[in-house]
Ligand binder design. Structure first.
Ligand SMILES: C[S@@+](CC[C@H](N)C(=O)[O-])C[C@H]1O[C@@H](n2cnc3c(N)ncnc32)[C@H](O)[C@@H]1O
Length: 249
């Protein structure tokens, strides 16, 4: 269970300016760049790329600056306003729309080259349905880069009191958000027929890069054996070193 959509919409509407400021901090800019680099390594421009739960649009704009056709989608109207204003101010061409991503996505089948889902899946009541929708929209060979919060104490050490209290609330009040780890996030993605290419556990976060198989009839999980991945036999899986996108939300 997670808190209802209206709760997050209310909360993120009020936090939109704070998130924009946060993503502008030097350390965060570097992390945003690393996430954009990671997707750009596997998705050729122009994509197209969807940033689901795009918030203030930092990742979407980083990709748009590199020549990708980007559409950012968020359930918070104020987040979308912030992202649009930022795009206009920076003269970057990207589209931002309000949409609840726990509903069917507004993209055609096999129409996207890449999808970003940075710190949004933890809010969704039916994460498997969300991943299934992403798979439907990705074209064969397309990639998903998804991150989710992990239950550890990293966020509780933030120097900012507000973010610290917020993290404590998430961790201490059962059912507000769902936490993931280097087993559960790859499993969620694989169970919907995507192939996990890489998984990293970083401070407070877990990240998965996954590919839509070329043959949509054959299950993707047969392309790459998943057992080894789950057992942490590939780089970054054991959480012993921060992943390339072990972002601090
Ligand atoms: C933790 S913020 C991350 C924002 C952005 N991805 C980033 O990393 O800067 C989570 C975002 O997910 C959005 N969100 C939460 N539930 C959503 C839903 N059901 N549909 C669309 N967006 C949602 C929130 O409005 C918020 O902007």
């Amino acid at each position: 269970m997670t808190a209802p959509h209206w709760f997050f919409r209310f909360m993120y509407d009020r936090e939109s300016a704070a998130w924009e400021r946060r993503r502008d901090e030097p350390g965060q800019r570097e992390l945003v760049k690393r996430i954009a680099d990671e997707l750009a390594n596997v998705v050729a421009p122009p994509g197209p790329v969807a940033d689901l739960g795009c918030g203030p649009g930092a990742h979407a704009l980083a990709l748009a600056r590199r020549g990708y056709d980007v559409i950012g989608v968020d359930g918070s109207p104020r987040m979308v306003e912030v992202a649009r204003a930022r795009a206009a101010r920076d003269k970057v061409d990207a589209t931002f729309d309000v949409h609840d991503v726990s509903a069917p996505l507004l993209f055609a089948d096999a129409s996207l080259g890449g999808v970003l889902a940075i710190l949004v899946v933890q809010h969704l009541p039916h994460p498997a349905a969300f991943i299934a929708e992403i798979r439907r929209c990705l074209r064969p060979g397309g990639h998903l880069l998804i991150t989710a919060p992990a239950r550890d104490s990293t966020s509780l050490t933030s120097r900012n009191l507000y973010w610290r209290l917020r993290a404590a609330c998430y961790q201490l009040v059962p059912g507000v958000v769902r936490f993931y780890d280097t087993n559960s996030l790859p499993r969620l993605v694989e169970d919907q027929g995507l192939t996990v290419v890489e998984c990293n556990g970083g401070p407070g976060r877990v990240s998965v890069l996954a590919r839509a198989c070329r043959d949509r009839v054959r299950p993707c999980s047969s392309e790459v054996p998943s057992k080894g991945l789950r057992n942490g036999t590939r780089a970054g899986m054991d959480g012993s070193r921060p992943g390339p996108f072990g972002i601090s939300g």
